[in-house]
Design a protein around this ligand. Structure first.
Ligand code: FES
Length: 111
């Protein structure tokens, strides 16, 4: 089993966190966003110019916690599929990072 990133209950609902994972021998910053009892993972890189999205480490959601917010230029992305609905990269999407839930733990990969 892959090493767990965190427990589901450690994430606010809705809420988010950031983690660094290894992928193909390189370190990758990812975000984990919880909504209800589901989690959604994305690479922490805006499709606009490739900067990290969080304005504080692990804080990715807008003030109403309805969208993922790019802190640099204000792009808004849907939590469930990473699609950009507003901002300079409207119509593009965040790169998904697969996650799974098992026994209350958030795991990298499809499980
Ligand atoms: S870097 Fe995110 S919208 Fe520009």
């Amino acid at each position: 089993m892959n090493e767990a990133l965190c427990r589901l209950e450690e994430l606010a609902d809705p809420g988010s966190a950031s983690f660094t994972v290894e992928q193909d021998g390189t370190r990758l910053s990812i975000m984990v966003v919880r909504q209800d009892d589901e989690v959604f993972g994305y690479v922490n890189s805006c499709p606009h110019v490739g900067v990290m999205l969080d304005f504080e480490p692990g804080r990715f959601l807008d003030s109403e916690r309805r969208f993922i917010l790019c802190s640099s230029h204000g792009a808004l992305f849907r939590i469930r599929d990473g699609f950009c609905v507003s901002g300079p990269c409207a119509g593009k999407s965040l790169t998904p990072y697969p996650l799974s839930l098992k026994d209350g733990f958030v795991l990298p990969g499809r499980g």
